[in-house]
Design a protein around this ligand. Structure first.
Ligand code: TYM
Length: 332
């Protein structure tokens, strides 16, 4: 029996390199060896109240991008979260055993109340239980995600272990965050600090669908400094971030070349950025072209989403049926 893998992405915009290297690249690699469920987390995105047309457009974007990146819908189950109502049912059950204190302590909740103090809704508070429901609905053991999701996975384990203890069984397995390269990754953005993230603005992100002109412009505006002040000095964060980006899209030789120039204080950031931009363009061009083609094929997209929903519901139904029995909802 193949191990089960689940992961998802919130449809809040287009996919960027952080989403790709933190999550989707792993989806593509895992699809041959695992029983995979990759979904579009549209229920999660309701916490920020998107308009109906934005929401639909973003869901379509992610579906297209999953396919353009090479996820094969014949081999894996690709689905839209809201097409599987069993997820919402499991979310309800898990919420009964999720405590206010632990939900309030979640780093992402604290972040959100800081950045959106005017919209601290119950969906934000219970975001980790919905995420646990996503994972446990297929009883997954591996969850390919970026470093920022580590705490959510810990909470998923807390909820599943608590459910098992409460009902004195071992129905839910323990799910672990996963990355092919062993360590979970955090891809930096272009603004000199932190991670690549939509919430830090478009200028901080390189999207998979960005054209070569847009990539050149964004990279040329990326934050740098006045250059190294002494030989072999450690790189400040903004510079290290750009080197980290080069590491994922350029050849090892290119990276070593610029690293040596930096150490010898002879680096010219203009040349460095030009090379980085061109290597990013080489990386994303085939994906961007597929995105453009697939976006037009509404019939195919509908077929993929429909087929995925059927397969996901089949698995979800089995879990919910068993959970209902365990809880004591028995039919007369
Ligand atoms: P979301 O939509 O914020 O991000 C989707 C995935 O992209 C990863 N990611 C990154 N990885 C590395 N570096 C970055 N700069 C970067 N930015 C984003 C995230 O870690 C994530 O893997 N809660 C999830 C969606 C979700 C989910 C789930 C994931 C809902 N239910 C169940 C796994 C299992 C989220 O908001 O991801």
């Amino acid at each position: 029996m193949k191990e089960t893998v689940v992961s998802g992405i919130r449809p809040t915009g287009k996919l960027h390199l952080g989403n790709y290297f933190g999550a989707v690249a792993n989806f593509v690699k895992m699809q041959h060896d695992y029983n995979c469920y990759f979904f579009i987390a549209d229920l999660h995105s309701l916490t920020t109240h998107p308009t109906p047309s934005d929401l639909h457009g973003y869901v379509k974007h992610i579906l297209v991008e999953y396919l353009a990146c090479g996820i094969n819908p014949e081999e894996t189950t690709i689905y839209v979260q809201s097409d599987v109502p069993e997820v919402a049912e499991l979310y309800l059950y898990l919420n009964m055993n999720a405590y206010l204190g632990e939900l309030e302590r979640s780093a992402s909740f604290k972040d959100k109340i800081r950045s959106h103090p005017d919209n601290v809704n119950a969906g934000l508070l219970t975001y980790p239980t919905l995420m646990a429901a996503d994972i446990l609905i297929h009883r997954a053991t591996k969850v390919p995600v970026g470093k920022d999701q580590e705490q959510h996975l810990e909470m998923t384990r807390t909820f599943s272990n608590r459910f098992n203890r409460l009902y004195n069984n071992d129905f839910f397995p323990e799910a672990q965050a996963y990355n092919f390269s062993q360590n979970l990754v955090k891809i930096p953005g272009l603004d000199g600090s932190g991670k690549m993230s939509k919430s830090s603005g478009d200028g901080n992100c390189i999207y998979l669908s960005d054209s070569p002109e847009v990539i050149r412009k964004k990279i040329s505006r990326a934050v740098t400094d006045g250059g190294p002040a002494e030989e072999n000095q450690a790189k400040p964060e903004a510079i290290q971030n750009l080197f980290d980006l080069m590491k994922i899209v350029s050849t090892p030789d290119t990276l070593t070349h610029f690293d040596e120039l930096y150490s010898k204080m002879s680096i010219r950031y203009g040349d460095f950025k030009k090379q980085l931009a061109e290597d990013m363009i080489v990386f994303n061009t085939p994906i961007r072209e597929k995105i453009e083609d697939l976006s037009k094929d509404t019939v195919y997209l509908r077929q993929v989403a429909k087929h995925g929903a059927l397969k996901a519901r089949e698995s979800a139904h089995k879990t919910i049926k068993a959970v209902r029995e365990i809880i004591g909802f028995k039919s007369f």
